[in-house]
Write a protein that binds this ligand. Structure first.
Ligand SMILES: Nc1ncnc2c1ncn2[C@@H]1O[C@H](COP(=O)(O)OP(=O)(O)O)[C@@H](O)[C@H]1O
Ligand SMILES: [Mg+2]
Length: 251
């Protein structure tokens, strides 16, 4: 921790066990990490690794079975004011009956714009930022998955938050769309935003991250810069390193 400045996110020994009829599922074990102001930290792991569980606990949507979360040094408590966080959920499904502009403007108004005032122009700016400015009047129900994901990003940015928490932001996008979203997130970083996101495709997000966390079966196997992860597995091919880490964890 920098002197006097708390971590933006601090997860301390988080554990989460879901109770299912077939028996308990241990989704997260002793999960600890800190996210520093201005960095992009990518949490990478195969499907079912526990990424969404970690995100939901950090967002305060579900409670951990053990451990705790501090946001800007303060414990998460229900109904307490929280730092402004832009959030993109894993399964982002806005109201299908609205148009893109109506939806994003609504989000901007909720985030503090005035009803007829800057909400609309801010919404148009956001649509421009995420490459959706050509489709303001398209209905949400008629969007492709990739377009929907861009609208999801626009709503995450609507309150101009310092911290963005994004669950699989490039999911459903074609290669061009992925690379555009990565550009948008890099632009967000340039504006000083902090980004914590998860993904299951390492190579895709490599150029985005200052640090990566590798999560396998609920346990954080690596936390540090990508270069360190490559050194760990003595390969310059990140996908290969990732595959080896997962195989090692499961062996
Ligand atoms: N609400 C839930 N009830 C029971 N099990 C769950 C629930 N949510 C997730 N799980 C289980 O927890 C594990 C981690 O899931 P998740 O956090 O969604 O992983 P990821 O996002 O990395 O794919 C999986 O085994 C999943 O089946
Ligand atoms: Mg997930």
């Amino acid at each position: 921790m920098t002197e006097g400045k708390p971590h933006i996110i601090e997860a301390i020994s988080l554990g989460k066990t879901y109770k299912k009829r077939e028996g308990p599922v241990e989704a997260l074990r002793e999960f600890s990490l800190q996210v520093e102001g201005g960095e992009i930290l990518g949490l990478l792991g195969p499907n079912g690794a526990g990424k969404t569980t970690a995100v939901k606990i950090i967002m305060g949507f579900i409670s951990p079975s053990s451990g705790r979360v501090l946001l800007n040094g303060c414990p998460l408590q229900p109904a307490m004011p929280r730092p402004a966080i832009g959030y993109l959920p894993e399964n982002f499904r806005p109201n299908p009956n609205l148009t893109v502009l109506e939806y994003v403007k609504f989000q901007c108004d909720l985030a503090g714009g005035s009803i007829n005032g800057p909400g609309k122009s801010r919404a148009l700016n956001l649509l421009n930022l995420v490459g959706m400015d050509r489709f303001p009047n398209r209905r949400i129900s008629d969007l492709s998955k990739g377009m929907g994901q861009r609208v999801g990003l626009a709503q995450a940015f609507s309150g101009d938050p310092e911290l963005l928490i994004l669950d699989e932001p490039t999911s459903g996008l074609d290669p061009v769309g992925k690379s555009e979203v990565i550009e948008v997130l890099l632009a967000m970083k340039q504006r000083g935003k902090t980004i914590f996101f998860c993904s299951h495709i390492l190579s895709e997000v490599e150029r985005l991250c200052d640090r990566i966390g590798i999560l396998v079966d609920g346990a954080l196997r690596f936390l540090g810069p990508t270069e360190g992860f490559k050194r760990k597995w003595e390969s310059s091919d990140l996908d290969e390193c990732f595959k080896r880490e997962v195989q090692w964890a499961k062996s």
